[in-house]
Design a protein around this ligand. Structure first.
Ligand code: G3I
Length: 451
């Protein structure tokens, strides 16, 4: 039996009213903010914060209402804290830490040893001097914040992108060798044994050569008793670097090594339902991994994002809640604020998963088949992203509607009119023929978004 839309709305309103009464009879804090909903799941939900925005009332009130963890976006980096050798400046970072303490927010220290935002005096040192400068920096900064930081990104982004699995060239790696990471962690533990010590990186969000290299390092550290407690997955996503389909599995394999994992710098370029579904998938992946202890988005508002034009965050430039906010909150098990301008919970239950198979192969081409499966709720539409290695080209595609990004490497496929609606748990597939043009790689499959 189908109910006319108005009747259905009225029926839903009655149900909502009934559930509001029930909710009011429980006095536990309503899980109607990101922080409180995450706390209900034993996690934190945080954001990067810039000290110079704390005086803006909408910024501060959004921060204080929604988040229960902060990471200083730039203020604890080496160039901000020790611009000249052994002269330490903590003013801006202190401002963030005291704000966080006044709001009972956890603080993640970011970051002690990183090749970027590194003052030139450090890069100019010889090996012996560099070693003592690194250990002194870790010691002084951690001493200053001892007892106030729940976790430190001790070493950030030490590995190269791409297939080498090697350390990136940096003053530390080049002059001290690979042992600098271990030394940094050992020094950090000796300064503040109560802070969690993390390794943090990007492009390690799925299983790939770079994350394999980090995995091998963590495994080695655990086997030799080198102190490491956690691994941060930055999770900066866009169409060229979509949420990987093995995101959860990757978090889980690190957790299985005996470390906590955290999503540390989450932002996902896009808008509307597609962005919302991506956020939902990321939150759900963390919740599905017991040792994923929290998520941090890389900024409060699109207005101040480091990649503002990609509108990658949960609040728009006017601090309005975006569909991505509703989806993240719903995934955390929270409830949207009625009349809060958050549009309810669009697409909150619509999920899908994807898998890929190369179904045939010949000298200069191959056929690929992507299977889309609805989650536990029916879906009305789906979108899948595939990134191809250059110079592969898709020659034809069936059972879907493709579009391409400007680089011609990222193909987004929407459902065809006849296979967009899927019952809960049902599957459909689309296929394509690709010309290898000398490159035999398999395309990278992004996450599935459903509406
Ligand atoms: O504060 C100065 C300002 O005085 C000056 O006028 C202006 C001119 O360029 O620069 C301002 O500093 C900028 C700073 O952000 C504060 O806005 C720097 O140029 C700019 O390079 C810096 O960018 C930061 C970036 O790290 C540097 O690598 C971003 O804010 C910050 O979001 C970003 O964060 C990194 C994480 O630490 C590590 N993972 C990747 C992530 C994104 O790149």
């Amino acid at each position: 039996m189908t109910m006319p839309r108005r009747a259905a709305q009225a029926f839903t309103a009655v149900l909502l009213a009934a559930s509001t009464v029930t909710a009011l009879s429980h006095t536990a804090a309503a899980a109607d903010t990101l922080g409180s909903a995450a706390a209900g799941k034993g996690r934190y939900f945080g954001t990067a914060v810039a000290a110079n925005h704390l005086g803006e009332s909408a910024y501060a009130s959004t921060l204080d209402r929604e988040f229960n963890q902060v990471t200083p976006e730039n203020e604890m980096k080496w160039d901000a804290t020790e611009g000249s050798r052994n002269t330490f400046t903590f003013g801006n970072a202190d401002q963030i830490v005291s704000h966080a303490q006044s709001q009972n927010m956890k603080v993640r220290g970011h970051t002690l040893v990183w090749h970027s935002q590194l003052p030139s005096w450090v890069s100019g040192l010889g090996a012996t001097d560099l070693r003592s400068a690194m250990n002194n920096h870790i010691t002084q900064v951690m001493q200053h914040y001892k007892g106030k930081i729940y976790a430190w990104d001790v070493v950030n982004e030490a590995y190269q992108d791409g297939s080498s699995g090697a350390l990136r060239s940096s003053p530390f790696a080049d002059k001290l060798g690979s042992g600098f990471i271990e030394e940094a962690f050992r020094t950090a533990r000796s300064v503040d044994p109560n802070a969690k010590l993390c390794y943090n990186d990007y492009n390690t969000d799925g299983v790939n050569a770079k994350s394999n290299a980090v995995y091998a390092m963590v495994k080695d550290f655990k086997s030799r008793g080198v102190p490491i407690d956690c691994v941060g997955f930055q999770s900066h996503f866009n169409s060229a670097s979509p949420v990987p389909s093995d995101y959860q599995a990757n978090l889980q394999r690190f957790a299985d090594l005996g470390v906590d994992v955290q999503i540390t710098e989450l932002d996902i370029e896009g808008s509307g339902t597609a962005q919302a579904n991506n956020y939902s998938n990321v939150v759900k992946a963390c919740l599905a991994v017991t040792r994923c202890t929290g998520l941090t988005v890389w900024g409060v508002t699109d207005k101040y994002s480091w990649r503002s034009s990609g509108t990658p965050l949960l609040f728009d430039s006017n601090y309005g809640k975006k569909p991505a906010y509703d989806a993240a909150l719903a995934a955390l098990g929270g409830t949207g604020t009625p009349g809060g301008g958050d549009g309810g919970n669009p697409g909150g239950n619509a999920t899908c998963t994807v898998s890929f198979a190369r179904t045939s192969d010949w000298n200069d081409g191959y056929n690929g088949e992507v299977t889309v499966k609805a989650g536990s709720a029916p879906i009305n539409g789906w979108t899948v992203t595939l990134t191809f290695a250059t110079p592969q080209k898709v020659a034809s595609l069936w059972n879907g509607t493709p579009s391409w990004d400007s680089s011609g490497t990222v193909m987004t496929v929407r459902a065809a009119s006849y296979n967009s609606s899927l019952a809960a748990g049902a599957s459909t597939s689309f296929g394509f023929t690709a010309a290898k043009n000398g490159n035999n790689s398999t395309p990278t499959l992004g996450a599935c978004t459903a509406s």
